[in-house]
Design a protein around this ligand. Structure first.
Ligand SMILES: *Cc1c(COP(=O)(O)O)cnc(C)c1O
Length: 403
């Protein structure tokens, strides 16, 4: 089940649905979910899929069917989640810098709410008092994550309420009778070092004593998955053991039995996704050989935005001699997917596949250059189904006012 889809499977899907196309393998998501459940089996753990990584409603329905919960960052994600069949109790809303109206709108839907700044906390307390439970997003001031752009728990970050503002939080809670049932942290993405979670958990335990009604501690996410061959992933088995020990110790000390929540995005869906493109042109320049594909950062922005590595393979010529290429898109701006990448010889018309394309792939795509967004296909129980049709020219004009 850890195995990637074969060149033949992907080629068949590309031939049937055209390219560029995002392909998601449903059972791979279930497999990742099982790994989490197993690693944290000695904890009272819940997993909220961070759906901003991939929100196609068919993926949400699948995630719901395997028993996971849902983490949303916007009112629209909440609405999509409820449409997909998630129960309000299994939806968590963790917004950042939204206005109070959006919070009120989400509250009316009845889902769990996570508040990440003093201003909103105060307004919420003033309006709703103890009538609706809240979770508070804290910033534990821990530097974590694959790179600065995806770190969220450090001192310069806009996320969460600083743990140094505990007195202020307490004043608001006391004055408004707010019912705080959870505390939350999320320090970044691609965190390999499990000590980050354990140090964060220490900070959470230290603040837990301030909230008598506490039911859960949410440790967010940031579990790393391998992107390159030989890459390490977060050791969730050891983390699970240590987290279980820590919660047991906390319980023995305080008599409080708390749940632990997590919000995996990448961990659940990164590896389930494949992005298949076609080589349009092979271009020899004085310095290199470029493969220009029928896509660009308008479809997969992670390499340009985060210097992310995506493994690429030529599925049309798997036994061809290895040669060195720069793989680029067709956008009129520097648009590089990979420098100096060894691929089996690429011929014009060959299909290339990008791995780890499930998380933050389609989701961050755009219509830049008036190009059409790709199709999405879900492979489930051996059957490949279209779950989003490719954009058409008319979609580009959909909201434009034409006089
Ligand atoms: C983005 C996000 C996540 C998911 O992070 P991954 O690195 O994809 O696992 C979880 N929680 C919150 C609050 C987020 O903003």
């Amino acid at each position: 089940m850890e195995k990637n889809l074969s060149a033949q499977q992907l080629t068949e899907i590309a031939n049937e649905f055209g390219t560029p196309v995002y392909v998601y393998h449903a059972e791979r998501i279930a497999n990742q979910y099982k790994k989490l459940q197993k690693a944290f089996k000695h904890c009272n753990a819940r997993f909220f899929y961070a759906c901003k990584s991939l929100t196609n409603i068919n993926v949400l329905k699948y995630v719901q069917s395997i028993g996971a919960s849902l983490d949303c960052v916007s009112v629209n994600e909440v609405k999509l989640g409820l449409m997909a069949g998630f129960d309000v109790k299994s939806v968590l809303y963790t917004p950042n810098c939204v206005d109070f109206e959006e919070i009120v709108e989400v509250k009316a839907l009845g889902v769990n709410i996570n508040i990440d700044n003093i201003s909103i906390l105060e307004q919420f307390g003033n309006k709703f008092g103890n009538s609706y439970p809240v979770c508070i997003r804290l910033n534990p001031h821990i530097m974590a994550g694959g790179n600065y752009k995806i770190s969220t728990g450090h001192i310069d970050s806009k996320f969460g309420i600083s743990i140094h503002q505990m007195r202020h939080i307490e004043r608001i809670v006391k004055t408004t009778q707010l019912n705080v049932t959870g505390i939350h942290m999320h320090t970044g993405s691609e965190i390999k070092d499990i000590r980050v979670f354990l140090e964060g958990l220490e900070v959470m335990f230290n603040t837990a004593t301030h909230f008598p009604n506490l039911e859960f501690i949410d440790l967010g996410s940031g579990f790393k998955v391998p992107y390159q061959p030989g890459d390490a992933e977060t050791d969730i088995t050891t983390l699970g053991e240590k987290v279980a020990e820590a919660f047991t110790a906390f319980e023995n000390e305080t008599g409080k039995k708390l749940q632990v929540w997590f919000e995996p995005g990448k961990y659940l869906v990164s590896q389930c996704g494949y992005f298949v493109v076609k080589a349009n042109v092979i271009k020899q320049t004085p310095s290199a050989v470029f493969v220009g594909v029928n896509s660009g950062f308008n479809h997969l922005i992670r390499p340009m935005m985060y210097d992310a590595y995506h493994h690429i393979a030529n599925i049309s010529n798997p036994n061809g001699a290895e040669r060195i290429y720069n793989v680029v898109g067709n956008i009129c701006e520097t648009d590089t997917f990979a420098w100096d990448r060894k691929l089996n010889e690429v011929r014009e018309g060959d299909f290339l596949v990008f791995y780890n394309a499930g998380a933050y792939g389609f989701e961050m795509s755009s219509n830049f250059n008036s190009r059409l967004k790709p199709a999405e296909v879900l492979l489930k129980e051996g059957v490949a189904k279209l779950i989003r049709r490719r954009d058409t020219f008319e979609d580009l004009l959909k909201n434009q006012v034409i006089e």
